[in-house]
Design a protein around this ligand. Structure first.
Ligand SMILES: NC(=O)c1ccc[n+]([C@@H]2O[C@H](COP(=O)([O-])OP(=O)(O)OC[C@H]3O[C@@H](n4cnc5c(N)ncnc54)[C@H](OP(=O)(O)O)[C@@H]3O)[C@@H](O)[C@H]2O)c1
Length: 244
């Protein structure tokens, strides 16, 4: 029986992906900053572990407690919507710490076992904003575009060890906690000079009927994890697929 370790399972895509793999008889190590057993169906194949991807000691402990895994899904991520002028460098660094460096650190932690076993799959969740740029998302887009480039280079480096690395690019998913979780980083993020641009963008989003569902992302992660012939980039959600 195969084992997947997923980061950021307290809500949204991570939670749905954990459910999806559990339903398909995998062992699931659902990690989250504040571990909660009650949000996933009870199963002997489920383990919930605490993990903060920005904390090296937390990563070390979680990977050690997890034991051998077959698939790592780097899903944990945070957002910020705002003009660059309204975004502090502390916030920019916080975004990269989680989205970009957190992903790299998790991969470093599992690579020795994958390389030694000559097997393993890594799935990095980025975003369709890297397929079509949008205003007011420059820092977030940069953090995810860096993961795309990193992943495509790493894939070539790890081919020799039979380790696959894939990208899942979801579209806009208003149903997860992503927007709400980003709010605390968005105080004064839209200075007056950018107010018109922001209201036009919000109006455009309000009208778009195509969005991404958490299930779309779980399906794409499953495909990346289980189908060696899948492309390195998999768009998830109708709006993301429309951009490819
Ligand atoms: N929703 C969208 O529109 C959208 C679109 C494209 C891509 N994405 C990407 O998809 C991924 C999942 O987002 P989502 O929409 O499901 O949002 P979400 O509901 O906010 O889930 C994000 C998860 O990441 C966790 N997380 C944040 N910082 C962490 C850290 N330092 N260590 C470990 N876990 C951490 C959160 O945990 P806590 O509960 O502890 O905060 C939460 O479980 C993210 O990488 C996001 O960038 C989202």
């Amino acid at each position: 029986m195969k084992t997947v370790l997923i980061t950021g399972c307290s809500s949204g895509f991570g939670l749905e992906t954990a459910r999806y793999f559990l339903d398909r008889d995998w062992n699931v190590i659902a990690t989250m900053r504040t571990p909660r057993e009650d949000i996933l169906p009870g199963s002997r194949r489920l383990r919930v572990l605490g993990l903060d991807v920005t904390d090296p000691e937390s990563i070390r402990q979680a990977v050690e407690a997890a034991g051998p895994i077959d698939v790592l899904v780097n899903n944990a991520g945070i957002g910020v919507l705002g003009a660059l002028e309204g975004t502090s460098m502390d916030t920019a660094r916080e975004i990269f710490e989680t989205n970009t460096f957190g992903t790299m650190a998790m991969i470093q932690a599992v690579l020795p076992q994958f390389r030694q076993r000559r097997a393993g799959v890594i799935v990095n969740v980025t975003s369709s904003v890297t397929l079509r740029s949008l205003p007011l998302l420059s820092v977030y887009t940069a953090s995810k575009a860096a993961v795309n480039a990193f992943t495509e280079s790493l894939a070539l480096e790890l081919q020799q060890f039979n380790v696959r690395v894939s990208l899942v690019l979801p579209g806009r998913a208003p149903d997860t906690r992503f927007g709400e979780n980003a709010q605390k980083r968005m105080q004064s993020a839209i200075p007056e000079a950018y107010a018109d641009l922001a209201s036009n963008i919000f109006a455009e989003w309000g009208q778009s009927s195509e969005v991404t569902l958490s299930l779309d992302v779980a399906e794409a992660v499953w495909r990346a994890a289980t189908d060696p012939s899948s492309p390195i980039r998999i768009a998830a959600g109708a709006d993301a697929v429309a951009l490819t």
